[in-house]
Design a protein around this ligand. Structure first.
Ligand SMILES: [Zn+2]
Length: 267
């Protein structure tokens, strides 16, 4: 993916880059009852790097781990993964980002393709909901993920009139209006989307799979419905995201497995 360069000093979020960290083994035609001829062949697993003017580098999710995933997946019931991409740290280094300088990692939800890559980092603050963080602290989870000790910041709800109109709780990560998280529970019990107000981007993680689902009803196959924490809640979030999309077309809604390659921004 290429970066588009333009200079804007006044932004708090000065750089955004999406990294592809492998692919889910499910293909769209295995997930949807009716797949579209335009559906991609694969569903990438992505994470997002941000550069915050004061806080430094921030990651939203970490991609899968390179270690054997069998037991990990059995425990978490996540997607089967193929990880044929270079590791996230290798990709960051290639872009001149020292992985040791990643200060904050925000976790959207506790599936292997979101948390597995944590093992590659050190000395970061892990940011998520109380529900997610308390589960991560369980010794079984730590053992399975080989996670080291970590420092954490629990998100506290704040008011965002735009997000609160459509979704559950919202969180102003650094209390500076730059990175907002929105509760999108359905895919998992406590799932977060990331809204970057300055850039009008809303990364919704696995709230749904393909951007076309915002415009057309695409029923999921039963096995994929079962993979959701609550399928009714999943559908409710999708309906609300559709309404949000209709009423705020200027904001791009991006599911983790369907992010356009031209999105990458370096400011
Ligand atoms: Zn997931």
């Amino acid at each position: 993916m290429e970066m588009t360069d333009y200079m804007q000093d006044e932004y708090i979020i000065q750089r955004i880059k999406v990294y592809n960290c492998g692919c889910k083994k499910e293909k769209p035609r295995q997930v949807f009852k009716r797949s579209s001829p335009d559906d991609p062949e694969k569903l990438p697993v992505t994470c997002v790097l941000l550069k915050h003017a004061q806080k430094g580098y921030v990651l939203f999710d970490t991609g899968p781990s390179k270690m054997p995933l069998n037991r990990f997946q059995k425990f978490f019931g996540g997607n089967r993964l193929s990880s044929d991409s270079p590791s996230l740290t290798e990709q960051l280094e290639k872009d001149g980002v020292d992985p040791a300088k990643i200060q904050y990692i925000i976790i959207s939800h506790l599936h292997p393709e979101n948390t597995g890559g944590l093992i590659q980092f050190d000395k970061y603050f892990l940011i998520s909901t109380e529900e997610n963080l308390s589960r991560i602290r369980e010794s079984k989870y730590k053992k399975l993920t080989h996670m080291r000790q970590f420092r954490s910041t629990t998100l506290l709800p704040s008011t965002n009139t735009l997000l609160n109109k459509y979704f559950g709780e919202s969180y102003d990560v650094f209390r500076d209006d730059s990175i907002w998280m929105a509760g999108l529970n359905g895919h998992t019990k406590s799932m977060l989307g990331m809204y970057l107000k300055e850039h009008k981007l809303f990364f919704v993680s696995d709230a749904f799979l393909l951007r076309r689902q915002l415009d057309e009803i695409s029923p999921l196959k039963y096995f994929y419905q079962r993979k959701q924490w609550s399928y009714p809640a999943y559908l409710s979030i999708l309906r609300r995201l559709r309404k949000f999309h209709e009423e705020h077309p200027e904001i791009r809604i991006l599911p983790a497995s369907d992010i356009p390659e031209d999105l990458i921004i370096a400011l």
